[in-house]
Write a protein that binds this ligand. Sequence first.
Ligand code: MEV
Length: 329
Amino acid sequence: MVTSSAPGKVYLFGEHAVVYGEPAVPCAIERRARVTAERRGDDKLRVNATDLTLDGFTVEYDGDATGTPDVDVAEPLLEEGMGYVNEAVEQARDAADAPDAGFDVTIESAIPLGAGLGSSAAVVIAAIDAATRELGVELDAAEIADRAYRVEYEVQDGQASRADTFCSAMGGAVRVEGDDCRRIEDVPNLPFVVGYDGGSGDTGALVAGVRDLREEYDFAADTVAAIGDVVRRGEQALAAGDLEELGELMDFNHGLLSALGVSSRTLDAMVWAAREGDALGAKLTGAGGGGCIVALDPDDGTETALRYTQGCESVFRAELDTEGVRVEP
Ligand code: MEV
């Protein structure tokens, strides 16, 4: 039996635009998904998941990747979640050349599902690591990231960047532009505050919405390119350790994401509350539609403001997690 864990993330800059080859800077945060894989005597996959901020559930799959759960998974999110786990196990089988390996898989995650904190990437990364190790194979973090990207690409119908999976595998702040992925060294202390509205967005639908908008309107294509400009300026501010400038650029980034139609009433309300609470800047994080915002604030004004904001269900500080995927004792 092997347990591995991988961190969630916030986007300092660049979600959505990264799908079109613009750079993005996601940062791993100290909220982890833990996945335990134990080899079974048959070729089945049994998944037990708890703490996904939804009710715990258990489903059983046949040994093949297309197997259907033999219990009714009503929540579309849960169904999608099972798709990620199924494909992650397929990647482990492939890496270890063990096509018929069955597993009992247990997922414990402190990262809310579909809320912009990279829950699916963290689960996929940890699942590939745990399942391959259980089969006696040790992959390096770069290969796990690559295999996890293939999982996201598959489950999200070809609409995924490498950003979430690379960040979760490597930890720290990373820069992703197309297939070029690397860690950013010497990152200053980033005082992240996360506000969560208790909801979630449908990543596939939101990415498809931006794609359609970008095809139909020049302004949307220009907006995607403008996000790329903001990210490049953000990289300079990060290198200079200029938190004020980073905050201002986060505000610009949020405005551009709103123009692409991926914000929501509660995300906007939380962003404005954070700004009124004297955050240096605030933006939605991840695909949008609902879920989380991230603000930059070294003081406690943002946390206090968000606690009194209608629609904000929880607030927490998130430290940068410099460690990516790891084996748990
Ligand atoms: C979702 O966490 C981030 C998006 O940019 C999609 C992706 O990069 O795969 C919206």
